[in-house]
Design a protein around this ligand. Structure first.
Ligand SMILES: *[C@@H]1O[C@H](CO)[C@@H](O)[C@H](O)[C@H]1NC(C)=O
Length: 409
């Protein structure tokens, strides 16, 4: 395998690395330091307004599906199978690349949710998302922007399917220096793009944007926030067959982003979770049809039950009324003078939101969703004490700092 580095350094990026012998602690500091120079450069170029940078990554758009391709490399929308194949190898190559270069990255968003289920991509998901620390992001920008990573997939039977040569481009957004959301055009910091078809991994950096107000809170430009202690120490695990990392408090992070429901429901987006094989399997058209029929039948049954209940209730009331009329002793006033409790009961309207449960009109309240609190991830990960180097020291920040110092000494 061959790595070509094209180290492209924007003036401001190299400035940072020259001036800071170590990686600066926060982007807020960098921003404050560079702001005046940047503004001058921008207006001189007359290209970028004060609001920020032009949008860097482009997708063909037009449909939800088309949004998942990089405009420069797409040749149309892939089939379900080709998409799966692309994503599996894309993430493997990506994790490989980071590992080989001693950089830390971890799974995020839907990609992390897929890990939770079975250590794989969710088959309906078009997004692949990873995160890196702010310093790693800067390092990527200065050392690896424009790198092309050659990778030959050889997991299939080589007799049947010959190994496929694939190439990935690491493209780093020059707007990584800005850590606020801006107008949202540049919330993606970098991409790992399959050059054959334009599908990509979205890489976002987390930085401590408000160290004085909110120390220990790490945010991406799309305003997802994480506590240091929820991220670190990272847990080592497997994803799509290769070593990967997930945040320490993966459960909390997932439950916050997707609600706990996403960790237990077993049917989603036309797929069904098959616990015996630990796979999300796409439903067949016949299954989908059958489900529709089952739903219709269930609705019909429910309606029928309701009507029967209502009828029974009406009959009962009618009988009671008739019995009362037969008794026929008390006057209206006498009835009114009955004990309070009874009076209230009788005065209670039969029809109305509170009473119609008895009439069978009101639908019974849906059972509130109860997640299994002690739910465990489907995917195994190494326990904390099984990892020799696990500890706060393993954070990307410290790691990179060490690298830089070594480089300079
Ligand atoms: C990465 O490379 C591209 C292509 O040359 C360039 O437009 C972009 O500004 C670079 N990004 C950084 C962070 O230097």
């Amino acid at each position: 395998m061959r790595i070509q580095h094209t180290v492209l350094s924007l003036a401001f990026l190299s400035d940072i690395l020259v001036e800071a012998d170590i990686i600066p602690r926060s982007f807020a500091e960098i921003n404050a330091h560079l702001e005046p120079r940047r503004r001058k450069k921008r207006s001189a170029a007359g290209l970028v307004d004060d609001n920020g940078w032009p949008k860097y990554f482009h997708e063909p758009g037009g449909s939800e599906l088309a949004n998942h391709y990089d405009s420069r490399y797409e040749h149309g929308i892939l089939s379900y199978e080709d998409k799966q194949d692309t994503q599996v190898h894309m993430i493997r190559a990506y994790l490989d690349f980071f590992k080989k270069n001693g950089m830390e990255t971890w799974l995020a968003h839907g990609t992390l949710l897929g890990w939770w289920w079975n250590g794989k991509m969710l088959p309906w998901d078009w997004d692949v998302d990873t995160q890196v620390s702010g310093p790693t992001l800067m390092y990527l920008g200065t050392h690896f922007n424009g790198s092309i990573y050659d990778y030959t997939s050889a997991d299939s039977d080589p007799e049947l399917v010959p190994p496929i040569e694939r190439q990935y481009l690491l493209d780093v957004n020059p707007a990584i220096i800005e850590r606020d959301r801006g107008n949202g055009d540049n919330v993606i910091d970098a991409r790992w793009i399959d050059l054959r078809n334009g599908l990509y991994i979205d890489i976002t950096g987390l930085s401590e944007t408000e160290p004085s107000i909110a120390p220990g809170v790490w945010s991406c430009k799309n305003l997802h926030h994480y506590k240091t202690t929820d991220l670190y120490p990272m847990r080592e695990t497997m994803y799509e067959g290769v070593v990967a990392k997930v945040p320490y408090a993966y459960y909390r992070i997932l439950a916050e982003e997707y609600m706990e429901k996403a960790l237990v429901i077993t049917e989603y987006e036309g797929h069904k979770w098959h616990p015996e094989i630990k796979e999300w399997v796409k439903k067949t058209p016949a299954e989908i049809k059958q489900e529709r029929l089952d739903r219709q039948e269930a609705r019909r049954k429910k309606q029928q039950e309701k009507e029967e209940k209502k009828k029974a209730k009406e009959e009962k009331e009618k009988a009671e009324q008739e019995a009362k009329e037969r008794e026929g002793t008390g006057t209206a006033e006498a009835t009114e003078n009955h004990a309070g409790g009874e009076k209230e009961d009788k005065a209670r309207p039969i029809i109305g939101p509170e009473a119609d449960d008895d009439l069978g009109v009101k639908e019974p309240e849906k059972e509130p969703f109860k997640a299994k609190r002690n739910a465990e991830p489907q995917q195994k990960f190494y326990l904390e004490d099984e990892l020799p180097t696990l500890g706060r020291e393993s954070s990307g920040l410290k790691h990179l700092r060490r690298r830089r110092i070594q480089k300079h000494s």
